[in-house]
Ligand binder design. Structure first.
Ligand SMILES: [Zn+2]
Length: 290
């Protein structure tokens, strides 16, 4: 069982200090047993950054694809559960948590700059603008236990937006959700700036190492990494400005990289053929078994 004091020490050893502003993405299940569970982990994070520090995480929520009509009961509310895991959902339950009002890409923050980071981020805002504020505050990005399974830092999505790469999306407004306007009316929000595939973001890791900005450590059993947001943004921008295809993942089965990008439309025939062959193979396997 990991006590708060042990976690505080490990977070400190990883590179989180007093007064830090830290964006955390984590898979808490990979850490091991934590005293107090997810809320115990949040207490440890808050202790580590101190009363003048801030923690922030992605509290993104799902919309409906163009095939399904959005439903009022799935509307974005300030209390809506995030799909981004136990950490942001536990943060949302914290009495001092503030959440931005973007109907699909809200952020949850606790601490000194929570109000600054989450303010003015709503249905009219690009999804990744709070990351720009994190950079301005000289903040850090941390991955805990998801270095491989959910690679990379959210600064890359901001870079993609700033370089105009999100325009590569063939169908940018597929996802929709209801939200309540300032006049308390339900309106439909269509997200126009979905991020590109992030499965390839591990490719940036060696570049962070080459530039000496990456620190590593373990929180419980979870391998974890940390970078200064300003530096990761600078490196990712340098790379993507030279090679905008750097963020394409290697999977021939990736829908985003093989169907949804204007510069990858030539991959659609192979993608479709692979899908058909896979389906036929499964049907044949099932028929030969029965
Ligand atoms: Zn991909």
């Amino acid at each position: 069982m990991l006590t708060k004091s042990v976690i505080v020490e490990q977070l400190y050893n990883l590179g989180i200090g007093k007064n830090d502003v830290v964006l955390i993405r984590a898979d808490l299940g990979n850490i091991g047993r934590i005293e107090g569970g997810a809320s115990g982990f949040i207490d440890a994070l808050l202790d580590t950054v101190g009363k003048d520090g801030t923690i922030i995480s992605l509290a993104f929520t799902k919309g409906s694809s163009f095939i399904k009509k959005p439903k009022i009961e799935n509307a974005f509310e300030i209390s809506k559960k995030s799909y981004a895991g136990a950490l942001p959902n536990a943060m949302l339950r914290h009495p001092n948590a503030l959440r931005s009002k973007h109907p699909m890409c809200s952020y949850v923050a606790i601490g000194k700059y929570a109000s600054y980071l989450t303010a003015d981020h709503n249905e009219n805002s690009p999804a990744y603008e709070p990351i720009r504020k994190l950079i301005d505050l000289e903040g850090k990005c941390v991955l805990i236990g998801c270095v491989k399974s959910s690679p990379g830092f959210t600064t890359t999505h901001l870079v993609e937006a700033d370089l105009g790469l999100l325009k590569l999306n063939v169908f940018p407004s597929l996802n929709r959700v209801y939200y309540k306007s300032a006049a308390e009316e339900y309106k439909i929000f269509k997200r126009k700036d979905p991020g590109l595939c992030s499965n390839s973001y591990y490719k940036f890791y060696s570049h962070y190492v080459n530039e000496g900005i990456l620190q590593t450590g373990r929180i419980g059993k979870a391998y974890s990494i940390i970078v200064p947001a300003k530096e990761s943004y600078r490196i990712e921008k340098q790379i993507l400005a030279l090679d905008y295809k750097f963020n394409i993942c290697d999977s021939p089965d990736c829908f985003v990289c093989n169907v949804m990008r204007w510069d990858r439309l030539h991959k659609i025939p192979l993608f479709v053929v692979r899908k058909i062959i896979k389906k036929l193979f499964l049907m044949f396997k099932f028929a030969s078994k029965s």
